[in-house]
Design a protein around this ligand. Structure first.
Ligand SMILES: [Zn+2]
Length: 169
């Protein structure tokens, strides 16, 4: 979660308590602060290169059903790449079995993912996405293992796995 989103979220909650009069115009958790990405495509272009399920997750922030991705059980050394643009985003070095049914990591590769506040489903979560194409990957929670205490809960369908090197070159 970046600080700016956090502040906006707080302001939004305060605005709700005060009847919306305070700091009107903020959109907590909305797309008001949409980032720009190195790789951009039209919806049709994304649909042409992604499977229906990949499109739903990467471009529409859907969540795959738990225990459906073969990457959940992937235990080999290697790198997990964004299924949208092929950027390496996670390493097997940081993968752990969270028992949730989704591939889980305690950290991303450096400079690989961006985050934003997600206020859908009546809760506040930290959404994470590929920093290069903006494709939605999953969410980050604070109940992960050491050393970070973070749990990156990632949709397997949003990634491809390449066995071999565990660090991006
Ligand atoms: Zn990407």
């Amino acid at each position: 979660m970046n600080r700016r989103n956090f502040l906006y979220g707080t302001a939004g909650a305060f605005a709700a308590l005060t009847g919306g009069a305070f700091l009107a115009g903020n959109r907590p958790g909305g797309r008001a602060m949409a980032e720009t990405f190195e790789i951009t495509k039209t919806e049709d272009e994304w649909r042409a290169i992604l499977s229906r399920q990949q499109f739903a997750v990467l471009r529409e922030e859907a969540t795959e059903r738990a225990f459906t991705s073969p990457l959940n059980e992937e235990k080999r050394a290697g790198l997990f790449h964004c299924a949208g643009c092929d950027l390496p985003v996670y390493s097997s070095d940081a993968k752990f079995d969270s028992g949730t049914g989704w591939p889980s990591f305690w950290q991303s590769l450096s400079n690989a993912v961006g985050t934003k506040e997600d206020n859908t489903l009546f809760m506040t979560r930290t959404e994470c996405h590929c920093r290069r194409c903006g494709g939605h990957l999953g969410h980050i929670f604070d109940d992960g293992p050491k050393p970070t205490g973070k749990r990156h809960c990632i949709n397997g369908v949003a990634m491809t796995f390449k066995p071999g090197a565990t660090q991006a070159s």
